[in-house]
Design a protein around this ligand. Sequence first.
Ligand SMILES: Cc1cc2nc3c(=O)[nH]c(=O)nc-3n(C[C@H](O)[C@H](O)[C@H](O)COP(=O)(O)OP(=O)(O)OC[C@H]3O[C@@H](n4cnc5c(N)ncnc54)[C@H](O)[C@@H]3O)c2cc1C
Length: 411
Amino acid sequence: MTATEAMKVVIVGAGHAGGSIAALLRSQGFEGPIVLVGDEPVAPYQRPPLSKAWLKGEADRESLLLRPASFYADHGIDLRTGVRVVSISPADHTVTFADGAVETWDRLILATGSVSRRLAIPGTDRPDLIELRTLADAERLRSCLGAGRRLVIVGGGYVGLEAAASARALGAEVVVLERADRVLQRVASEPLSAFFTARHRAEGVDIRSGVDVAGFEDGGVRLGDGEFIAADAILVGIGALACDGLARAAGLACAPGGSGGILVDETARTSDPAIFAIGDVTVRPIPVHAARLRLESVPNALEQARQAACAITGKPRPAPEVPWFWSDQYDIKLQIAGLAQEGDRGIIRGDPATGHFAVFHLSGDRIVCVEAVNAPPEFMAGRQLIARRTPVAADRLADPAVTMKAVAAEP
Ligand SMILES: Cc1cc2nc3c(=O)[nH]c(=O)nc-3n(C[C@H](O)[C@H](O)[C@H](O)COP(=O)(O)OP(=O)(O)OC[C@H]3O[C@@H](n4cnc5c(N)ncnc54)[C@H](O)[C@@H]3O)c2cc1C
C-alpha cells in the first residue's frame, strides 16, 4: 500500500477551489479516498459567467460546470452535493454534517469560499433583495431582467458593473448606486474607474457615486437624502466575507475580527498541519509582493489548490505566482496582474479614449501592478516584469511606440 493509498482526504466546499483540488489530487496520483462535500445542489461550477455570459443567456448550465458531472464518480471522488458541514474537529479528525452524520479524515481541506456582505440598514433582510454569489442567485436575477424592467444595483464593484452590462444587453434599465466617490474604488485605479463610468453611461446605465443608501422599501431603494429610486429588482453587490466559521469554531488561526479569513502558509496549510485551506476563505502569503492578503479570484483558487495538492502528495512546492484577475463588461476585457499600493506611481500607456490602454503602477523603477484594458500584450508582459522584478524606464513604458518587449529588455 502506498502512502497516499492509506490516506483519506475530506474537502469541505465543492466550489472552484474544492472541485479543482479533488481533480488535481487524482491527476497527481493520489490513490486514497476523496470525499468532496458541498452545500449547493450542483457539481462544482464556475462563478465568473454568472454575471457575464450566463446572465446574458450566452452560456448554458452545462457549460458552467468545472468538469462533467460524471467526472467525480469516474475518478473515484465521492461528491456529495446539497450537504452542509456544521463542525470540524481537529482533535478527532472528523467533520459533522447537518444531519448528524460524521466522517473521518487524515487530511482536511477547507474550501468554503465567501458569502455576500450585507448592509446594516433598514430592509436589508427583505426576501426580494437579490445577491449574486450562486447559480440559484443568478437564476433569480435573470428571471427579473428583460426589456423595460428596472434593475437597481447597490455597489459599483466588479460584480455590480458586470451585472449592469449584462442587464443592459437584455434591455433592462439599470441604475448603479455606489457609496464611494467612484466605482471600483477599492479594486482599481482612478483612470480605470473613469473609463468604466464613461462606458457604462454611454451604454445608458445611470451610475451615481457618492450616494448613501438609507434603506430598502416596497418597490425600491431610499437614499440618505430622501430620494426614492423605484426598482423592479434590486441587486446588492457590496463585496464578500470569508466563510471561515468552521475554522474559527475549531480554533484554527484566523485573521482578527469576524469573517476575515483562515491564515495559511505558502503550502496552503493552516495552523493545524493536517488541515489545509484554499480559495476565497484564506488569508495567504503573496511572496512576489511580500504581502499577506485575502484574494477573491479563480487564479488564486487554482494556485492554492496546486499548493495543497503538492503538499499532500509530496510533490515539490509550485513556484509563487503573480496574482491576477479579469473582468468582462460589454466588449471590454480587463486583466489585472499584481497588487497596487498607496504611493505607487501611475503610468498610462495608450489612450483610454480608444478603448485600448494600460495603467502601470510603479514602485521605484519596478512594475508592481498592471491594469490592462483590451491590451493583452501589456498584461502578459507586465505580469512577467512583475514576477522578474525587472527595472523599467517609465518614459519608455508610457510610449506605445516602444514595444513591451523592448521595454522589458531595458536594463
Ligand atoms: C458573480 C461572480 C463573478 C465572478 N467573476 C470573477 C472573474 O471574472 N474572475 C475571477 O478571477 N473571479 C471571479 N469571481 C470570483 C471567483 O468565482 C471566486 O474567487 C472563486 O469561486 C473562489 O473559489 P472558492 O472555491 O474559494 O469558493 P466558491 O467557488 O465560492 O466555493 C465555495 C463553496 O463552498 C460551499 N460551502 C461553504 N460552507 C460550506 C459548508 N459548511 N458545508 C458545505 N459546503 C460549504 C459554498 O456554498 C460554495 O459552494 C466571481 C465571483 C462571483 C460570485
